[in-house]
Each structure stands twice: as C-alpha cells, then as structure tokens.
Design a binder for this molecule. Structure first.
Ligand code: NAG
Ligand code: NAG
Length: 474
C-alpha cells in the first residue's frame, strides 16, 4: 500500500487503527517442499498440455538470396520431464524447468531465382530451459492471488529435418530457419506460461473459501491477513481464523497470539489452529444462542431407570414434590459466558461454566422455576481430521455443582450429583459430540483431499499435518 492510500484510509480513525495494528493470524497454512513438489507435478502436467496447444504463425523471410516460407506449423508434443518449485525467501516461488523438449512439424517453400521447391519438415527442439517467478499476494476479499513476475525461456538445441527434393537447397537456409523458429518458440513459451498462471493457477488458488459457512448460525473467516510468505523451506499463509455468528458479528475481545509452527516437513501441508480460532468458535456459538440445551423426559434413556419428574426429588427435596406433585421436570442448560479453552502440549482443556435451571412443567404447560445450579468440570477434547474437516469429541471429568438459586428452599447439592452426572454424560455430551463429529471445514482449495493425518498440540495452538491429493475434474 502506498503512502497516499494509507493517508486516505487514515481519514477514518478506525480504519487507520486496523491498518497499523499488526494482525497475527488465528490460523496458519504451511506448504512444505513436499507439498510444493506435489503441486509442481500437478501444475507441470497442466502446463505441458497447454504448451502442446501452442500455435505458431506462418513465417516468411529471406536468408541471403533464398526466400523461404514456413506454414502449417504444428507442435506434436511438449515434454517437461524435469522441474522444481522452490520457495524464495520474501519473494515468492520459483519454477525451474530444464531439459524440456518438443517436436514440431510444418511445410516449407523456397524460392531462389528460378528454382522453386516445397516439402515438409520436422523440427526437434531440445534442452529447453524455462524459469518462472511467481508472485503471491492477496486481494481485497482476502483471497490469495498469484501472477508471473518473471519468465524466461531458452532453447539451446534445435534440429530441422526436411523432406522433399532439392536437398542441396536446405543447407542454404536451415540455419536461418532453426534460429527463426527457436526465437519464435522462446517468445511464445512465456506467453503460454503467463496465460496458464492467469487462467488455471490463479483461478485455482481463488477457490480458497475465505468465508466458510458452517451451519445456519455460524461461519469461519479464513481470509488472508497478509500475502502468503515464502521462507527458504516453506510457504506460509496467515489466515484470520475466526468464527463468527451469522446474525451478528461482533469484535472479538482478544487477539491471536503469535503462532510459531515447528519446522516439521514430512507432511505436504500443516495447519496451525490457534486457541484464538477455537475460542472465537465459543463466542460465535454463544452469541448465536446455540449453547442452550434443554433436557426433557423424552430424552432420558430407558436403561437409566428413572423418569424426569418431581417424584425423582422426593428423597432429597421433599418440599419440591409437595409444591408440584407428579409433574414433569425439565432442565435448561446454558453458558452464562462463552466457553474459553486453553491449548498446551498436553492437549486441549476447558473449564466451562454451565448453568442448569430446573423447571416443573405445570398442567397448563407453563414453567415453574425450581432451582438453578452452576456446573463446572474439566473438559478434555480429542481432535482429528476427517473429510477435510476438523472433528472432535469431548470428555468431562468430575462435575462440581453449586446451588445458585432455589424456589424450593435450600438442599444439599451432592444429593443430586449422580442425577446431574447422568444428564451430562448420557444426554448432553453424546449430543454435543454428535455435532462436533460433523466437524468444521478446513480452508482447502477445490478438489483437495487430505490423508496421512497428524495431530499434535503445542502451547496455544493445535498442529495438523496432512498429505494432499488433488482430485482431477472428471
Ligand atoms: C398456569 O397455572 C399456574 C398455577 O395453576 C398459574 O399460576 C398460571 O398463571 C397459569 N398460566 C397460564 C398461562 O394459564
Ligand atoms: C482440573 O484441571 C485442573 C487444572 O487444569 C487440575 O488442577 C485439576 O486437578 C483437574 N481436576 C480434575 C477433577 O480433573
């Protein structure tokens, strides 16, 4: 951004702050050399096809006294057997293609004084070197961009073979033709490269879902916070990595901490998901009102041997049953604040506070509040990746109860400890885990599948590693 546009943007103070505050990503995608090698294979296969479609114009020229004309120039094939993509620190990516070769057919026609001749020819092009520099950026929507910043093509060997009569004529002009075709090809190759980068590669990287709608209530913002950055070993893309409520997106009251990925490189791609990423999920679901859960009689499994009504409490809270004899009871569980988790080398842990309000359901269906409990407990999470999505499941340690409010007099909360254990472990948790098992989408480009998953925990972030498979259209 130029100084001028910065000044303009700073006219609005809020924008100026947004521009000057360094933004740590909440989510980092890292592509290793193994990933670049795989991308290279896929990309080169496409470029090879594009180059084979290369169209050459007819050529007519003079070499000494010989007038010649080349027409119907057709590339038979173009082979790119050796190529490599390397990240260049703070520049981008460099693609080096060496020892490429191609073959070309065409018709020739010459005129030397009164002699006219014509025939066909075949041109073998060898030792083709192509060097391409790719610049990576991000557009206004936070999607990645890629463009060719440099391209050079050099052909060091061409051999032409003519068929037709008057062989002696060939010697008069084959050098001219070879050099002419070499130059023409060299100049066309970079045009094709540029076109492929614009039409294929750029379109492909733009398939990054920068806003991933997850369900009816929330989405994830995966927009790039800065242009992808190349180091000597990796290509890193810092994404916002923030969940938000679709109905009302509010500013997250904390920022992501810097995310220092380890220098692992045996997988093609690594994802660093910060605690910020997960904690904004908590905020988004809390704000969307999705962290409210009701437990009613019909949800009680048959095997637990009780039904959820006021008689259940007769032994511990006798006055409850006296006030509301034989009435169904329901619990309404909610989180007074968004749950907050921490990630450390030992895994993910959270200590959410859940409030459980018990109601008696009166014969006319209105609800009579009975008591309000506060539930706390250590929750641990297991994380995995399936079908390009982060999936998880939670486990709860011992639940601690405290009585916050009661309309039925005080009582010892430990008397209903086992009831609350059953409600959380048999009803709440399985339903929550069923949702977590559906997972949340990772920021993947179109037609990319992951395999060979690795999951590891570090201070403040979760590291996911994977190999990539590109599913061709088809
Ligand atoms: C339902 O019944 C209760 C107690 O009999 C009463 O206080 C309440 O007003 C009733 N509610 C409605 C909506 O009729
Ligand atoms: C809960 O977690 C805290 C800290 O994370 C730990 O000190 C405590 O022992 C845990 N309690 C249980 C019951 O697991």
């Amino acid at each position: 951004m130029g100084v001028q546009s910065l000044v303009v943007a700073c006219g609005a103070v809020a924008l100026c702050l947004a521009l000057t505050t360094a933004t740590n990503p909440g989510f980092v995608v890292r592509i290793t050399q193994a990933g670049l090698d795989y991308a290279n294979q896929q990309g080169i296969a496409i470029l090879q096809k594009e180059l084979a479609q290369l169209k050459l114009p007819d050529i007519s020229d003079k070499s000494g006294k010989v007038r010649y004309q080349l027409s119907r120039l057709r590339l038979r094939d173009f082979h790119l057997p050796y190529s490599r993509i390397t990240p260049i620190s703070n520049v981008g990516l460099q693609v080096s293609i060496s020892n490429a070769f191609a073959e070309l057919d065409g018709d020739w026609r010459v005129k030397l004084r009164f002699v006219r001749a014509h025939g066909s020819f075949n041109l073998k092009v060898e030792n083709v070197y192509i060097k391409i520099s790719l610049r990576l950026g991000r557009d206004a929507a936070g999607k990645p961009t890629v463009s060719t910043s440099e391209c050079s093509a050099h052909i060091s060997k061409v051999r032409v073979r003519f068929s037709g009569r008057l062989g002696w004529l060939y010697n008069l002009f084959h050098r001219a033709i070879e050099s002419r075709l070499r130059k023409t090809l060299e100049s066309k190759i970079c045009g094709i490269v540029d076109k492929s980068v614009r039409n294929e590669l750029q379109k492909f990287v733009q398939t990054l879902p920068v806003t991933a709608r997850i369900d009816a209530k929330t989405g994830i913002d995966y927009s790039l916070v800065a242009a992808p950055r190349a180091t000597a070993q990796f290509l890193d893309a810092g994404l916002k990595g923030e969940f938000y409520s679709l109905a009302h997106r509010s500013t997250v009251p904390f920022s992501p901490l810097p995310l220092a990925l380890p220098s692992d490189h045996d997988r093609m791609v690594y994802f660093g998901a910060s605690s910020y990423f997960f904690n904004t999920a908590g905020i988004a679901y809390h704000e969307a009102g999705a962290l409210v859960f009701e437990i009613t009689e019909d949800m009680i499994p048959k095997d637990v041997g009780f039904s959820l009504d006021t008689s259940l409490f007769s032994a511990f809270i006798p006055q409850l049953e006296e006030m509301y004899p034989n009435m169904p009871v329901k619990f309404r569980l909610s989180t007074p604040t968004a749950p907050f988790l921490t990630i450390g080398p030992g895994g993910i842990s959270l200590n959410p506070i859940v409030e459980a309000q018990a109601y008696a359901i009166l014969p006319n269906s209105s609800l009579a509040p009975l008591f309000l409990l506060s539930l706390t407990g250590n929750v641990s999470a297991v994380i995995n990746v399936r079908s390009g999505r982060i999936v998880g499941s939670l486990d709860v340690g011992r639940i601690r109860l405290s009585l916050k409010d009661s309309a039925v007099g005080t009582f010892e909360v430990r008397t209903i400890q086992s009831l609350m254990n059953i409600l959380t472990s048999k009803i709440l948790l399985p339903r929550l885990n069923a949702r977590l098992d559906e997972g949340f989408p990772l920021p993947l480009l179109d037609r990319i599948q992951l395999s060979n998953i690795l999951v590891r925990f570090y201070q403040n972030f979760l590291l996911l590693g994977a190999d990539v498979h590109f599913q061709p259209r088809g």
